[in-house]
Design a protein. Sequence first.
Length: 311
Amino acid sequence: VLNSTKDFHQHKLNTLGWELTVCNALHQDGTGIRKILKKDASFGYFLFDHLCGFCDMDRVRNILEIGGGYGYLMRDFLDRNPSLEPVMLDISPVLLEKQRETLKGRRVFFREEDFLETDVSTLRHFDVAIMNENLGDFPTLVDIGKEPLQVGFDHSDPTIRKAAGFIKKYGLELPEGDLCNVNIGALEAVEKLCVSGMDLIYTGEHSCEASPPPALRSHFDMKPSYNPERISLMGHDEYSIRFSHLEQVARSFGYECTRGPFADFIPLRETDEGLRSILASRGRYSDEGEMVYQFVEDLYKYEYLILKRTI
Ligand SMILES: C[S@@+](CC[C@H](N)C(=O)[O-])C[C@H]1O[C@@H](n2cnc3c(N)ncnc32)[C@H](O)[C@@H]1O
């Protein structure tokens, strides 16, 4: 089975309200979530500052954001560096409209497009690409037996042949068990960005390889499965990402990889007594506690991968 969200994003999606992304959760100031962070800021500011450790973000002009949702991240980026000339590429006409509203008055270009159909030659002009919380929306091959994916097996289905091709070309390891899921769309997207030769590529998404740090392990039931897991959302399913596979693709193109949980660049006020008691009670005693607990869990479930071109 090939899980696809294309029809949903093109024709059915009318809000991101059902899938609160980390970016959208940090959008509003004065919330309980903002209070548990070392800095009271929105997602784009945290990310921009983090990326400054990898390239001179103040000198970047040509930036591509794929799947920009409501456009909040790019609004923050433009506040930090008003000389950016962003292109927002999105499959969803509804979300592109929201991005137009959010980014009104700024010099921004919009492209309605499925990134998997984007011609790589149109990407060469960009210095930086941003993909936040969308790789899981890209096609995933689900419940596939391992035999057809193995070297020497000639399968007639082109999608299975494509997945087998990735596994062979990049030496990807498959998880234990008879059946597995393969993030075929995410692999293709990262391969395409690497082929284009961009200087810096950022991706962030729900990971199937994440685990909490030792100090927080008793608070969360989070274990790496190494097999992309289904996440059922309103009107569609998406899959968590096996980031080590994406790293392998990027390394083969000479990219240096830096990877970690979102908590690396959205640091918590770990000594805060209120936060400690919310985590100890797993957020059971209030609505705000539950929201904060889930947000902190997300900061460890979501991983980022930054690819920096070295050749
Ligand atoms: C879960 S939202 C994340 C939005 C935003 N980046 C954030 O973090 O809040 C996924 C975004 O990816 C877009 N998207 C999904 N599949 C896509 C595709 N194949 N090509 C381009 N954009 C896509 C969606 O329309 C949406 O804007």
